[in-house]
Design a protein around this ligand. Structure first.
Ligand SMILES: [Zn+2]
Ligand SMILES: [Zn+2]
Length: 177
């Protein structure tokens, strides 16, 4: 009776320690599977992470922490989207008017909001060409002089050039509409 009374608290404490150790061990393995599922696509690798946690108690989790992918699949996806958006911006697909910052498309010749000249049409295929391009990328026709200076630089000359065909148009008979 005396022996049983003194040994019972120790036994309970010992059993409790063993149970806690097992719970912590399996809990860690479960956490490893859950964490691996967020980081790894391959279901076999996720399963082996759980196996590692079960096979090597506690130390398996440390090994897993050392070798697991640094970012989650969601983080990797977000980064991929960010890079794609950046690439699209660099490609001019998300281009904006330099004057009024309105959204423009890569085939716009003129900004539809503020009428700033954005590109010039190709002489051969009439594709919208970037002012920096020396040759049309669609038909290989060399572009005219680079349109680096503003269009309205020589306004008088432009108006004089425009007035000639306008006068001719008014004098010629109009075709029936
Ligand atoms: Zn504009
Ligand atoms: Zn062309």
């Amino acid at each position: 009776m005396h022996g049983a009374l003194t040994s019972t608290p120790f036994q309970i404490a010992g059993n409790l320690t063993v149970v806690l150790a097992i719970v912590f061990w399996l809990g860690l393995a479960y956490w490893m599977v859950r964490d691996a599922r967020r980081r790894i696509k391959d279901p076999w690798l996720v399963a082996s992470a759980g196996l590692l946690g079960v096979a090597i108690p506690y130390l398996g989790a440390v090994i897993y922490l050392l070798v697991r992918p640094p970012e989650t699949l969601a983080e990797a996806h977000a980064r991929e989207l960010e890079i794609r958006a950046l690439a699209e911006r660099l490609n001019g697909r998300d281009a904006r008017c330099p004057v009024c910052h309105a959204e423009t498309e890569p085939n716009y010749l003129v900004c539809p909001v503020c009428t700033t000249a954005l590109r010039q049409p190709c002489r051969s295929c009439e594709a919208a060409l970037d002012p920096l391009w020396q040759v049309c990328p669609y038909c290989a026709t060399p572009t005219a002089a680079p349109m680096l200076e503003p269009v309205a630089d020589d306004l008088d000359a432009a108006l004089a050039r425009e007035s000639i065909p306008r006068r001719r148009r008014t004098s010629s008979p109009r075709p029936a509409a």
